[in-house]
Design a protein around this ligand. Structure first.
Ligand code: FMN
Length: 166
């Protein structure tokens, strides 16, 4: 079995797309993620799989907290921007005019007009291959009950050559 066949097969796993948000002092980041899952109800746990070279990973490791904001089907350009630029080079919040509001428990901002914002405290970090599984305990979930459609990962978003569409 060749690796490309396996890679294409893995793309058949359907995931929602979100922004993984973290902040330490003046440093902040919102990184596009799709490799995520619910893990437990009691306590409420989620998992996001993140490559250790991502800027956002360092912020999460240092602060022990993050917000996972699930995007709507109208926020694809934001997902592509935050998934093809890095906070090593740019302030994504400034460049993409990301609107934020204060979280209840964390110093990390929430992202306005998303499907849901999950405030999470890091419970565990498990290295797995070329990624690290970040397990977060959900302290608060912000959603207004309005039926917003989630953005779902497509093959197009999975390609490496992403245009900057903003
Ligand atoms: C649709 C989409 C989904 C992505 N999902 C993930 C993911 O689950 N985990 C990950 O480590 N990177 C993922 N990426 C790649 C990061 O978003 C990208 O490398 C980003 O530029 C890293 O930014 P940072 O260095 O500021 O953290 C995804 C990118 C896109 C466009």
């Amino acid at each position: 079995m060749n690796n490309n066949q396996i890679k294409l097969g893995l793309r058949k796993i359907v995931n929602p797309v979100g922004l993984l948000v973290a902040q330490k002092g003046e440093k902040r980041d919102a990184t596009t993620v799709a490799w995520m899952s619910k893990v437990s109800n009691h306590p409420p746990l989620i998992m996001v799989s993140i490559a250790p070279e991502r800027y956002v990973y360092h912020l999460i490791k240092e602060t022990g907290e993050f917000v996972l904001a699930l995007l709507t089907d109208r926020q694809e350009s934001l997902a592509l921007y935050c998934g093809s630029n890095t906070a090593y080079d740019v302030d994504k919040f400034h460049e993409a005019k990301i609107q934020t509001e204060e979280a209840l428990f964390l110093k990390v901002p929430l992202i306005k007009d998303t499907v849901v914002n999950l405030e999470c405290r890091v419970k565990d970090l498990h290295p797995a291959g070329d990624h690290v599984m970040v397990i977060g305990e959900v302290l608060a979930a912000h959603h207004d009950g309005e039926a917003r459609k989630p953005l779902i990962m497509t093959d197009k978003m999975g390609t490496i050559e992403l245009e900057n569409k903003l």
